[in-house]
Design a binder for this molecule. Structure first.
Ligand SMILES: Nc1nc2c(ncn2[C@@H]2O[C@H](COP(=O)(O)OP(=O)(O)OP(=O)(O)O)[C@@H](O)[C@H]2O)c(=O)[nH]1
Ligand SMILES: [Mg+2]
Length: 466
């Protein structure tokens, strides 16, 4: 089956490249506020999986249509000869510097592409546009016209009347803001331009609908994973006795927040790739940390031995400690410490075998061996006990997804993510989410909760297309 090709043509600065970027889902298409930004015709295939659904040709703006039309009129006998006259014009002027833009524009059309003629609905219609529409009509190629309301809709009606004289199909299409459904509608129209294209465009629309569904699915799985990972994340650091804890706390806090912010950013990036954005710029304030009481403190003993094993080693070796000093450490640890046995101090009472010895374990930890502490504290931070934390993560992720899904690839402004969060989540949904979050916090069947959460997120995400 022939892949439909469409040449997007018109005067300079009417949004041709913007339409190509949107319909080819390609944010690398060059768009600029200065007229004449597209100098050469470039092809942009729309690919889903391994399939090229259609090809868009971005062309430079036409500026010499009156001269082209004069040449055509002087070199053509009758209406039947018009397409051939255009072909001869193209053949004879390909290297003529006066008609570079016109020949660039004609190239894909000579190759069989259909025509999308683009005008700006915020500029008045005038007869100076008629020669170019006439030239396009002479090509005999299938065509339609799009009115792109760049600044306003002010002259849309005039344009409709004027364009109707030259094109059978005329539509208003906002190149920068056309939502997904509107884009599909336009693709269906392309299918009507040429009987050869009907099946291809029907398939294209189906492929894009299926893919869209998969994108929302994949996005919901990514966000669910982010939330579960972030909710259960913990970092810890051992602080030997005698070492000040404050700087360690600062460093840990930094590590904890940095890591979670990094995870969120990685998730953003993956979502953007999923929706084919490669050059997107974002502005957002970071995660609002309110976790000052997040630290947990646990004691640790003798190079990683837990309180229990410390005592059991002491018990097993039958070490009964007495006196205030002069005890061999190896006797306590059964030689586990590899001959470090030497004098230790600071041990007051006695450690006896059995469970009663547990309470002495803390004191064993106070022993230092040649100035090296044998115990201390493990500081840890996370998992976040804050019930708002997952809601904040979710709200931010849904907003990012919504803006992505509503955006077009022609829209190059910075994406501002500081909008209202969770505005579309109702009370019932909030309660259901809260239940899942509570279960995750209690570490109950995490894998199942993550799937349930993904389903809930998916239900939110598909709403952007409704
Ligand atoms: N707000 C808004 N701006 C648009 C829209 N379409 C185009 N523009 C702006 O109009 C300017 C020209 O857009 P392009 O897509 O580069 O136009 P073009 O017809 O390809 O221009 P040339 O290649 O120079 O002929 C850019 O600054 C776009 O951002 C639109 O639908 N809405
Ligand atoms: Mg352009």
């Amino acid at each position: 089956m022939r892949v439909p090709g469409l040449a997007v043509v018109g005067r300079p600065n009417k949004g041709k490249s913007s339409i190509v970027a949107t319909l080819a889902r390609d944010d690398s298409v060059y768009i600029d506020k200065r007229a004449g930004s597209t100098r050469r015709t470039q092809r942009f295939p729309m690919i889903v999986g391994d399939d090229t659904l259609y090809v868009l040709h971005d062309t430079p703006g036409m500026q010499r249509s009156r001269q082209v039309l004069e040449w055509l009129q002087a070199n053509c006998e009758d209406a039947a000869g018009r397409p051939d006259a255009v072909r001869r014009f193209y053949g004879e002027h390909r290297d003529d510097p006066r008609f570079v833009d016109e020949c660039e524009m004609l190239e894909p059309i000579m190759d069989g592409a259909g025509i999308i003629y683009v005008v700006d609905g915020s500029c008045p219609f005038g007869r100076e546009y008629e020669p170019e529409m006439e030239v396009l009509r002479w090509t005999g190629s299938p065509s339609l016209a799009l009115i792109n309301p760049i600044q306003s809709q002010e002259y849309v009606e005039d344009w409709q009347n004027g364009l109707n004289q030259y094109f059978r199909t005329v539509r208003v299409f906002d190149a920068h803001h056309a939502e997904f459904a509107k884009q599909l509608e336009l693709l269906e129209l392309f299918g009507h331009l040429d009987t050869d294209w009907r099946d291809a465009m029907t398939r294209a629309v189906q492929a894009l609908e299926t893919e869209r569904e998969q994108q929302h699915r994949a996005a919901s799985a990514m966000v669910s994973e982010l939330i579960v990972k972030s909710m259960t994340y913990q970092v810890s650091q051992a602080v030997p006795r005698g070492i000040p804890a404050a700087p360690v706390k600062t460093a840990l806090y930094e590590r904890y927040t940095r890591h979670l912010e990094g995870e969120e950013q990685r998730c953003r990036k993956r979502l953007e790739e999923l929706f084919y954005y490669r050059h997107l710029r974002r502005s957002e304030t970071g995660l609002p940390w309110q976790e000052s009481d997040l630290f947990n403190v646990e004691k640790w003993y003798l190079w990683g031995l837990s309180k229990r094993s410390l005592v059991s080693v002491a018990t097993a070796t039958g070490a009964v400690l007495g006196g205030s000093s002069g005890m061999a450490l190896d006797a306590v640890t059964g030689g586990l410490l590899g001959g470090l046995g030497t004098t230790m101090g600071g041990l007051g009472g006695a450690v006896a075998g059995g469970t009663g010895a547990m309470k002495y374990a803390d004191r064993i930890a106070e022993i230092t061996v040649r100035g090296i502490p044998t115990g201390g504290e493990t500081l840890s931070i996370g998992p976040s006990p804050n019930p708002n934390f997952p809601f904040v993560l979710l709200g931010r992720a849904l907003e990012h997804h919504r803006l992505l899904a509503r955006r077009t690839h022609a829209h190059r402004e910075v994406m501002n993510l500081d909008g209202e969060l969770l505005a579309n989540v109702n009370d019932k949904e909030r309660k259901a989410l809260n239940k899942v979050f509570a279960a995750i916090r209690k570490d109950k069947d995490i894998a199942r909760q993550q799937l349930a959460l993904a389903d809930m997120i998916y239900d939110q995400m598909v709403q952007v297309d409704r």
